[in-house]
Design a protein around this ligand. Structure first.
Ligand SMILES: Nc1ncnc2c1ncn2[C@@H]1O[C@H](COP(=O)(O)OP(=O)(O)OP(=O)(O)O)[C@@H](O)[C@H]1O
Ligand SMILES: [Mg+2]
Length: 764
C-alpha cells in the first residue's frame, strides 16, 4: 500500500518534529514544553470535540487509578459525560486511509500519546495528522502506513456530538414520526424515481397489448409482432432490474426507520424516572410500549406502499383518460365511492379497534404478572384464580375483536359490488361502448379496452388503498397515543445530562428535608436533619415504615421532589449530574436483580475497563470469593435467568461485589444482609469494616448487631430523626434504640439485668 513517493512525506514529518515517535516528543513548533502523554490524549479528544462545537473542560476529567495515560474506554466515559458520543474502535490502516470527509479522529499512540487524524489520500497512501498540542494553524503532517504502524496502536476514538438534548427529549408523536421519515428523504427520492420509471414500464405493456390486438391480429403483421416481442423482452428485463433495486432501497430505508424508532423509544423508556415504573404495572408498560411496532409496521408498510402507488396513479390516470375518458371517469367515481364508504366507517371502526388494543394490553398484563410471579403462583397453588382472570380477559378481547370485525365487515361488504364493477362492469361498459362506436371515431377499440382493463385495476387500488390508509392512520394514532402515554412522561434526561460533576468524597448533610410520596397524605420524611463527615459508616435503624429506605432513595436521586436541602460534600444534590452521582454510588438492596450471564459479567455489569483482578478483589471484599471459587466454572459460571442456580445468600454477595467494584465513594446497603443466613451474614459483616475503608457507608438494617461497629447510628421514628450517635451512647440515652436492642438481645439482657445503665436512661 505504501507508495514509493514516501520521501517527501517523511521529510515533512521530520520537520514537524518526529510526530509522536518518541516518548519525549519535542513539542512541534511550540515552546520547550514536553507535555505528558496523559494531556496529549485529552487534548486530542478536546480538539475532536471542538470540531463539533463543544469546548471540554480539562478539569472535569478524572483519571482512573493505575492508568498512566487514559485508555480509550476512560476517554469514552469522559466524553460521554460531557455530552459527546464517543466510541473506541480498532481500525486497520486500509480502512483508515479510506476515511475522508470524516470529522477528526483520535489515534491512540503506543507511547500513550495521541494524534488527530484529519484526512486521508488513499491514492497516495498517506493520512494527514495534526499534533493535538499544536495550534490549528500549524501545518498538518503526512504519514504513510509504515511510519504510522510504528507509533499507532490501531485504536481510534470516534467522537461526535450527542444528539441534542432537545432531540432526545422529543416526545413520541406524529411530528416526531414524520421527522424520522423525512430524514430518509434521499432514499425516498430514489425510491420515488424508481417507482415512476416502473409505472411507465407498466404502461408500456398495456400499450403494446393494444397494438397487438389492433394491428397484429387486425392486419396479420408478423413483423410487427416480432418487434413488439423484442420490446416486451427488453421492458421486462428493465422492469425486473428496477423492481429489484426499488425493493433493495425500500429494505434499507425501512430497516433504518425501524432502528431509529426502536432506539428512540428505548432511550426514552430508560430515561423515565424509577418513580414512574414504581407507579405502573410492568405488563401494562410493556404492552403500551410494544404498540410502537404497530406504528412501525404502518410507516414501513401501508404508508410507503400507498405513497408509491400514488405515483403510479398520477402517471397512469392521464393515460386512462387517453384510452377512454368515459371509462376513466367511471373508474374514478367508483374508487371515490369506495373511499367515501371507508371514511364514513372510519370512526366506528377506530373505536372498536381501540377497545381491542386496550383489552389486549390488559390481558398482556395478566400474562406478564403470571410469568414474573410464577414462583408465588405455583407455591400458593393460585393457578385456578389466575386462569379465571385470564379467561375473563380473553373473553373481553374476543368480545371486542368480534365487534370490531363485525363493524369493519360492513364497509367491506358494501365496497365489494363497487370493486366488482371496477373489474367486471367496466369491461361490459367498455364492450358496449366499442359496439356503439362502429362509426369509426375509434375512441374505444378492442385493443384499448384490454389495455384499459390491464391498467384500470392499478388506479382503483391506490385510491382504495388511500382511503384504507386513513383508516389505518386512526389506528396508528391510537397506538401512538398508547406509546406516548408511557414515553412522553417527564424524563430524567435533563438531570442525567446536565449538572455539576464534582469529585465526590462522601460527606452528607440533610437540612430540614421533608418528603412525601406522590399521592400519599403522610410525610415519609419529616424535617430530617443530620450531618456526617466523609468516610463515616452510618447505621440506620427504626421500625418498619419509619423512612429508612426513603432516606436512601433521596440519596440516590430516585425521588427529587423533596423540600429542604440534601448536600453532598456541601453541594446541593439537585445540582449534581445524576449519572455522575449514581456512578459514584454503590447500592445493594434486599432483593437484587442479576442479569443472565457469567458471574464475572454480573460483577462488572458492563462497566468498561475492569479486569478479572478487579472482579476478584471486589468478590473478596464482598465475601463472595470463597463460594465462587468452589463453583465448577469459577468466575465464568453462568447465572440463569432469575438467578435460579445460586442461593439467595450467594446472590446477595454477588450484588455487594457488583456495587463495590467501581470503588464507590458512598455505599448504600438497604437490608442487604437481611436475607442472608447467619453464616453468610457474619461473613459480610466481618468485611464491612474493610469495605468501609475510604468511603461513606449508609447501612440500613433491622439487625442491630451488624450496626454496632458503625461510627454513627441514626434512629428513625415515623419519618423523624429520633437520635443519632454511636451505639454505646444510644443504648444509654435513646429509648427506641434501647428497646430494639433489648428485644434482639434477650439472652444478653438476662445476663445484664443486674446492670443499672439501661434503667437509668429511661427518663431521657
Ligand atoms: N413508593 C411508595 N409510595 C408511597 N408511599 C411509600 C412508598 N414507599 C414507601 N412509602 C411510605 O413511606 C413511608 C416510609 O417508607 P420506607 O420504605 O422509607 O420505610 P422503611 O423504614 O424503609 O421500612 P422497612 O423497614 O419496612 O423497609 C412508609 O409509611 C411507607 O408506607
Ligand atoms: Mg425499607
Amino acid at each position: 500500500m505504501r507508495p514509493d513517493e514516501g520521501n517527501p512525506v517523511d521529510q515533512r514529518d521530520d520537520n514537524a518534529g518526529g510526530f509522536g515517535m518518541t516518548p519525549e516528543r519535542p513539542a512541534a513548533g511550540h515552546g520547550a514544553r514536553a507535555p505528558e502523554p496523559l494531556t496529549i490524549r485529552l487534548r486530542a479528544a478536546m480538539a475532536a470535540a471542538r470540531y463539533h462545537g463543544v469546548e471540554l473542560d480539562l478539569k472535569t476529567f478524572q483519571a482512573e487509578p493505575n492508568e498512566a495515560s487514559p485508555s480509550p474506554a476512560t476517554l469514552v466515559r469522559w466524553l460521554d459525560d460531557q455530552g459527546m458520543v464517543a466510541r473506541g474502535m480498532h481500525l486497520k490502516w486500509r480502512y483508515l486511509v479510506r476515511m475522508h470527509n470524516t470529522p477528526p479522529i483520535v489515534l491512540m499512540f503506543k507511547d500513550g500519546s495521541a494524534g488527530l487524524f484529519i484526512s486521508a489520500e488513499p491514492n497516495r497512501g498517506i493520512v494527514w495528522l495534526r499534533d493535538p498540542m499544536a495550534g490549528e494553524s500549524e501545518p498538518m503532517i503526512a504519514v504513510d502506513e509504515l511510519r504510522l504502524s510504528q507509533v499507532w496502536t490501531g485504536d481510534v476514538l470516534l467522537v461526535r456530538r450527542a444528539r441534542s438534548e432537545s432531540e432526545a427529549e422529543t416526545p413520541v408523536d406524529v411530528r416526531w414520526l414524520s421527522r424520522v421519515v423525512m430524514r430518509e428523504r434521499k432514499s425516498l427520492r430514489d425510491i420515488m424515481l424508481a417507482s415512476m420509471v416502473l409505472s411507465v414500464l407498466t404502461i408500456l405493456p398495456a400499450l403494446i397489448m393494444m397494438q397487438v390486438l389492433n394491428k397484429v391480429i387486425g392486419e396479420h403483421s408478423v413483423a410487427t409482432l416480432f418487434s413488439i416481442t423484442m420490446i416486451l423482452v427488453v421492458i421486462s428485463f428493465y422492469e425486473t432490474l428496477l423492481t429489484y433495486a426499488r425493493r433493495e432501497l425500500v429494505l434499507v430505508m425501512t430497516a433504518r426507520i425501524d432502528s431509529r424508532i426502536s432506539i428512540h423509544a428505548f432511550n426514552r423508556l430508560l430515561a423515565l424516572p424509577l418513580e414512574y415504573f414504581e407507579r405502573q404495572q410492568a405488563g401494562n408498560v410493556i404492552g403500551r410500549v410494544m404498540a410502537i411496532y404497530k406504528v412501525r409496521d404502518f410507516m414501513t408498510g401501508g404508508l410507503l406502499r400507498t405513497f408509491l402507488d400514488m405515483f403510479t396513479l398520477v402517471l397512469i390516470l392521464p393515460f386512462l383518460f387517453f384510452l377512454s375518458s368515459t371509462l376513466a371517469w367511471m373508474v374514478l367515481a367508483a374508487a371515490g365511492a369506495i373511499g367515501l364508504i371507508v371514511v364514513i366507517f372510519m370512526g366506528p371502526v377506530a373505536y372498536y379497534v381501540g377497545r381491542v388494543t386496550g383489552a389486549e394490553t390488559d390481558r398482556g398484563s395478566v400474562l406478564y404478572e403470571s410469568i414474573a410471579g410464577i414462583r408465588t403462583l405455583k407455591t400458593l397453588a393460585l393457578e385456578p384464580a389466575r386462569r379465571q382472570e385470564w379467561d375473563e380477559k380473553t373473553a373481553e378481547v374476543t368480545r371486542w375483536k368480534l365487534a370490531a370485525g363485525r363493524m369493519s365487515n360492513w364497509p367491506q361488504t358494501i365496497i365489494m359490488p363497487i370493486e366488482m364493477f371496477i373489474s367486471r362492469g367496466i369491461m361490459l361498459v367498455g364492450a358496449y361502448l366499442a359496439l356503439e362506436d362502429t362509426t369509426g371515431t375509434g375512441s374505444v377499440t378492442a385493443g384499448s379496452l384490454v389495455a384499459f382493463m390491464m391498467l384500470g385495476g392499478r388506479v382503483a387500488q391506490p385510491l382504495v388503498g388511500f382511503a384504507r390508509l386513513l383508516e389505518d392512520f386512526t389506528e396508528v394514532r391510537s397506538s401512538l397515543g398508547e406509546v406516548g402515554s408511557v414515553l412522553n412522561q417527564p424524563t430524567e434526561t435533563r438531570a442525567l445530562t446536565t449538572g455539576m460533576r464534582p469529585k465526590i468524597l462522601g460527606a452528607l448533610s440533610f437540612l430540614d428535608v421533608d418528603f412525601s410520596y406522590p399521592g400519599s397524605p403522610n410525610k415519609a420524611l419529616d424535617a430530617v436533619n443530620f450531618e456526617i463527615p466523609a468516610g463515616t459508616s452510618l447505621g440506620v435503624v427504626g421500625r418498619s415504615g419509619s423512612g429508612k429506605s426513603t432516606i436512601t432513595r433521596l440519596l440516590q436521586g430516585v425521588s427529587r421532589n423533596y423540600t429542604g436541602y440534601l448536600k453532598l460534600d456541601g453541594v446541593d444534590m439537585r445540582e449534581i449530574n445524576l449519572n455522575h452521582l449514581r456512578r459514584s454510588f454503590g447500592v445493594v438492596l434486599q432483593d437484587n436483580f442479576l442479569f443472565r450471564g457469567t458471574i464475572r459479567d454480573n460483577i462488572t455489569a458492563g462497566r468498561p475497563g475492569l479486569t478479572l483482578d478487579d472482579v476478584v478483589r471486589a468478590a473478596r471484599l464482598a465475601g463472595a470469593e470463597e463460594f465462587i471459587e468452589r463453583m465448577p466454572a469459577g468466575y465464568e459460571t453462568f447465572i440463569e435467568e432469575g438467578s435460579t442456580n445460586i442461593s439467595g445468600g450467594q446472590k446477595q454477595r454477588l450484588a455487594i461485589a457488583r456495587a463495590l467494584i467501581s470503588d464507590p465513594k458512598l455505599l448504600i446497603l438497604d437490608e442487604a444482609t437481611s436475607a442472608l443466613d447467619p453464616e453468610s451474614e457474619a461473613l459480610v459483616n466481618a468485611n464491612l469494616a474493610r469495605m468501609a475503608k475510604g468511603r461513606t457507608m449508609v447501612i440500613v438494617s433491622h439487625r442491630l448487631s451488624s450496626l454496632v461497629d458503625c461510627d454513627l447510628i441514626l434512629v428513625m421514628e415515623q419519618g423523624k430523626v429520633n437520635d443519632i450517635a454511636p451505639h454505646n451512647v444510644l443504648v444509654e440515652r435513646c429509648a427506641i434504640y434501647r428497646q430494639l436492642w433489648l428485644q434482639q438481645n434477650r439472652h444478653m439482657n438476662a445476663e445484664r439485668n443486674a446492670g443499672p445503665a439501661p434503667m437509668l436512661a429511661e427518663g431521657d
